[in-house]
Design a protein around this ligand. Sequence first.
Ligand code: SAM
Ligand code: SF4
Length: 335
Amino acid sequence: MIAPLIDPFARAITYLRVSVTDRCDFRCVYCMSENMTFLPKRDLLTLEELDRMCSTFIGLGVQKLRITGGEPLVRRGIMTFFDGMRRHLDAGTLKELTLTTNGSQLEKYANDLYAAGVRRVNVSLDTLDEAKFAEVTRWGRLPQVLRGIDAAQAAGLRVKINAVALKGFNEPELAQITQWCAERDMDLTWIEVMPMGDIGNEDRIDQYWSLKDVRAKYAEHYTVTDLAENTGGPARYVRLEETGQKIGFITPLSHNFCESCNRVRLTCTGEIYLCLGQEDKADLRAPLRAHPDDNAPLEEAIRAAINLKPKGHDFDYSRQTAGGQMPRHMSHTGG
Ligand code: SAM
Ligand code: SF4
């Protein structure tokens, strides 16, 4: 028996989020500046290295993989990676293979993803208004994403919508977005803006719409019941009694979820980040590349990294400054 990954606070690490690229075909205002400098290709893990890395984590007890980025589906050849992970699903060691995407390439890849064993996707979508969509994503086009969502559902993938709550922006659309999700049988989760990376001129305090306020807004129209459900992550759920819908709230800034954290993040350059809101990290690329035929040093490096997992994070907007600000972009560690 191989010992599972347990961190210093007795949390079992069973969930790995993997950023497979820092690149993206969108430039969402809260995520990237318009002129991003991306990493040189040699720094990225190759598809074979990504496979070896993920397979090693699975060997150490990781049961759920979420592929993210940047935009994961713009990484060239990425379906080869998904196809490769299928063997772990078939073996029963991996319980879930999933991804977070902006949806732009779903029309092209939905069927292939299903064939690789993916059953659920999270699609990020903040507005149903074409002009506003172009404004918030800068380079994205809504019809393309909607076609992607259609294709995903037609392929048999369960779609969850993630919307970043932006004050004065999608606030007026709350009811419309909620109803649209209900009609299409999609779950909906609201995310609070996090202070990640330098994004140019946007002011985070201006963007910040507290999910407490979102919840209060729901309560004006619906009977809102809190659900006890806990996925080990930052999401909390409520049910809207009138529609039966489950709505998620990801509130890293106003809610403490760290005690049940079961996840770590791998960047596209092979660094492991132990917490979304802390800088604790370790390099796994060096042991991986130095020992192409021996996995023991990589396993050792992973165990040593897990020992660095901090108890929690310190994001704080309470004094009207973006306290606990992280210098890295969300696209680096993956959202
Ligand atoms: N490109 C894919 C997408 O947009 O779904 C995957 C990567 S993206 C970084 C993952 C998630 O992070 C998206 O739902 C996005 O809205 C969210 N995100 C990006 N920057 C954020 C920020 N500063 N605060 C909160 N969420 C953010
Ligand atoms: Fe790209 Fe996703 Fe960041 Fe938007 S949120 S710029 S789609 S990585």
